[in-house]
Design a protein around this ligand. Structure first.
Ligand code: ADP
Ligand code: MN
Ligand code: MN
Ligand code: MN
Ligand code: MN
Length: 367
């Protein structure tokens, strides 16, 4: 993402306001269709006008796009279909305008190779009675248009890690305006965003979504990522989801995935949590494969066993241990019920692939 130097010339964003105040004819709205592209990591979007105001994704027409331009089809048979699955209020166009998240299907109605939602939903349906909840912590890094972390000195490095995590002050946090704007945009859109914090590496941040039951976890997280990229456009800043943007003694970025079933949340659910950890321990390799878009290659750079990570080669679990693959929060151990935290997924992992893998291992015994 963002490999080349991009020009910092931009248009004047405030002038836009004048046009965005122009009324749209009664009964019409703009619907932005959003989808995951062939990289499995980046998003694409395009708009159509509708002559009614949709309330649910099922009312929206199936649409298509040129899959040969997104790594999702061959040039000779390039139509890929967009199936609307989740609808949100549009925090940029406001009013009755909508954002709609879509699944992608090929001409023969099979899912494209980066559509991980379909099989995730199938698994979640089988585990519905266990009421699976997810809460995901999305870490990311803000970059300047020259691909340097935002606010870092142009010829060197900032002081070592320590003062930046949850920091305050001009010399400690970089890009708070982006974070604030994104948080509010997510709330407006209807995403179940639950918090944010500045991270250990300067210019690195986190937001949390959840707890969400079922497929809405992945839907909300993908739309929150879309909003982050869009908000960053307005500030002329680049968002990187790379799990190890700066090599060396700088923290990487993850997508810690918190999980519980009804059994785990009920009194003495700790025994269910221990069973889940046991199942996870037996399937470390299949989880690592599902926990980044390159089958474990991206996480090799991040899961070194240092800087609050576990080694990619071994499974470990512990109470309050941030160097373990799976952590049981201190409060959960004391209450004897609650949830577990899988710390292995990378920041660019697909939340559908992660949700599916967790549910198959923990709830369905399906490896
Ligand atoms: P930390 O940084 O200490 O690991 P955070 O506060 O950043 O934790 O994130 C905790 C996450 O756990 C939140 O996303 C929250 O939604 C999620 N969570 C809380 N309770 C549950 C639960 N019972 N099941 C699943 N997720 C949960
Ligand atoms: Mn065209
Ligand atoms: Mn966190
Ligand atoms: Mn974090
Ligand atoms: Mn965490």
């Amino acid at each position: 993402m963002g490999e080349s130097l991009i020009s910092s010339r931009t248009t004047n964003k405030t002038v836009m306001d004048r046009y965005m105040r122009l009324a749209i004819p009664d009964g019409k709205c703009q619907v932005m269709y959003v989808w995951i592209d062939g990289s499995g990591e980046m998003l694409r979007s395009k708009t159509r006008t509708l002559n009614f105001i949709p309330k649910s994704p099922t009312e929206l027409p199936i649409w298509n796009f040129d899959g040969s331009s997104t790594g999702q089809a061959e040039g000779r048979n390039s139509d890929v279909f967009l199936h609307p699955v989740a609808i949100y209020r549009d925090p940029f166009r406001l009013g009755d305008n909508k954002l709609v998240l879509c699944e992608t299907y090929r001409y023969d109605n099979t899912p494209t190779h980066t559509n991980h939602r379909k099989t995730c939903l199938e698994a979640l349906k089988k585990a519905e009675d266990q009421k699976p909840w997810f809460g995901m912590e999305q870490e990311y890094t803000l970059l300047d248009t020259d691909n340097q972390p935002l606010g870092w000195p142009k010829n060197g490095f900032p002081g070592p890690q320590g003062p930046y995590y949850c920091g305050v002050g001009t010399n400690r946090v970089f890009g708070r305006d982006v974070v604030e704007a994104h948080y509010r945009a997510c709330l407006y859109a209807g995403i179940n965003i639950s918090g944010e914090n500045a991270e250990v590496m300067p210019a690195q941040w986190e937001f949390q979504v959840g707890p969400n039951e079922g497929i809405s976890m992945g839907d909300d997280l993908w739309m929150a990522r879309y909003l982050l990229h869009r908000v960053a456009e307005d500030f002329n800043v680049v968002v990187s989801l790379d799990p190890k943007p700066i090599p060396g003694d700088w923290n990487g970025a993850g997508m810690h995935s918190n999980f519980s079933t009804k059994g785990m949340r009920d009194p003495n659910g700790i025994s269910e949590i221990q069973k889940a950890v046991e199942n996870l321990s037996k399937n470390h390799a299949v989880h690592i494969k599902a926990y980044d878009p390159r089958g474990g290659k991206d996480n090799e750079r991040r899961l070194t066993g240092r800087l609050e990570t576990s080694s990619i080669h071994d499974f470990s679990a512990g109470v309050a241990n941030r160097g373990a693959s799976v952590r049981i929060p201190r409060g959960v151990a004391e209450d004897k019920c609650g949830y577990l935290e899988d710390r292995r997924p990378s920041s660019n992992a697909d939340p559908y692939a992660v949700s599916e893998r967790m549910v198959r291992t923990i709830c369905l015994n399906d490896i």
